[in-house]
Write a protein that binds this ligand. Sequence first.
Ligand code: ACO
Length: 429
Amino acid sequence: MENTTGTIRLGSENFEFPIIEGTEGEKALDTRTLRAKSGCITFDEGYGNTGSCISDITFINGEKGILRHRGYAIEELAKHSSFLETAMLVIYGSLPQKSCLSAFRKQVRESASIHTGMHSHFDGFPTSAHPMAILSSMLNSLGAYYPKMSSNNREQDLAYFDETAALLISKVRTIAAMTYRMKMGLSFVHPAEKRYTENFLHMMFSEPYSEYDDKHGAGKALDLFLMLHADHEQNCSTSTVRMVASGGANLFASVSAGVCALWGPSHGGANMAVIKMLEEIHAAGDDGSKFIEAAKKGEAKLMGFGHRVYKNYDPRAKILGKSAEGILSSIGMNDPLLDIARKLEQAALEDEYFVSRKLYPNVDFYSGIILKAIGIPVEMFTVMFAIGRMPGWIANWKEIAENPKSRIHRPRQIYSGETQRDYVQLVDR
Ligand code: ACO
């Protein structure tokens, strides 16, 4: 990395700081010594201008719509790779050799079952519980069944890292399927000797009297969906995972926190919100134009549009838009929601309001249509995102845990409350 310097002038004093440059030419003023030197801190609510870490995992150029994992373009990965191979790439840094990939697949396959002690945890939830609440609780509980892997002793947790990573990638899928079955009042289906997504669909939809038959290629579409969600640098949930990891917490606890952060509608919850929005537009007999007008007046939000980083088309949305058409035509399904989505997209891409604000479809815009076509209930959509994002969370935890210089993440604040005042006795208030 080439280092030059930059200067901040505060009053009459100049303070010089190094400029850090990333491998893709991104520059950052390294202000870590600013407070010590000047007594001043930077204020960046929402962290739009703050680099919280140096990372080797994922590169995004939001202006150009570029997404690369470990140097490989998402379009190339979508064309040639699989979810588990991309997971290994994201976590370990390079495309795996055939034997390593086979060993990883085997380890994931053999880690699929959930300890029977955990089956009873599902009984404790009401069927109305949100699947994301169940998922975060279950992932954290899982750590209790593997105390050696969740010691909160970095050296020990890292010694078990490979095992824990494969276990989490495998079991998050089993927990998701069990959650669905519990909510539907159906008995659990044991994992089988199948590939990753086929096994998931089997655990979701097989019955003792009829094995799930993937005749429309749902497993393949789901594999692509998961791969496209594998990592996305310092988004809200990944930053949360890093934050929790920075305190020394184990991988189970850290990814459980990631699930909670993902849940909200401004982040992973947007994939549920998109389908709800499209259904409401459809039910109201609108072709999307009234909704666009409401969004422009600030009366509605076009869910699945806009992104903190992308000021161009999200490359994942482009791939998923095509995939949505593919899976619908394979099923022979004509979903009016896809037509509304296409109309909304077209209108938004031409409308001054969206164009001037650089609001483009994001990954969530088409993903719900694919998940719906596969038969995944809307309430499970964000859980599907979490399954896909697991490799990214794991890779980011690893980066923190392996860095001997990593410090606890602890931002500062500008205090705006009352200044010191005297306590008033209850009788005198
Ligand atoms: N519909 C209508 N207007 C929008 C939208 C939208 N989806 N998104 C942003 N805007 C407008 C804002 O009102 C604002 O307008 P103004 O300048 O007149 O005030 C302008 O565009 C800039 O928006 P910000 O809120 O400043 O953008 P920010 O970077 O803070 O938010 C976010 C990004 C949260 C993704 C936002 O665009 C949004 O809420 N989108 C809808 C939810 C969604 O799809 N989330 C998924 C994101 S991707 C992911 O997490 C996987």
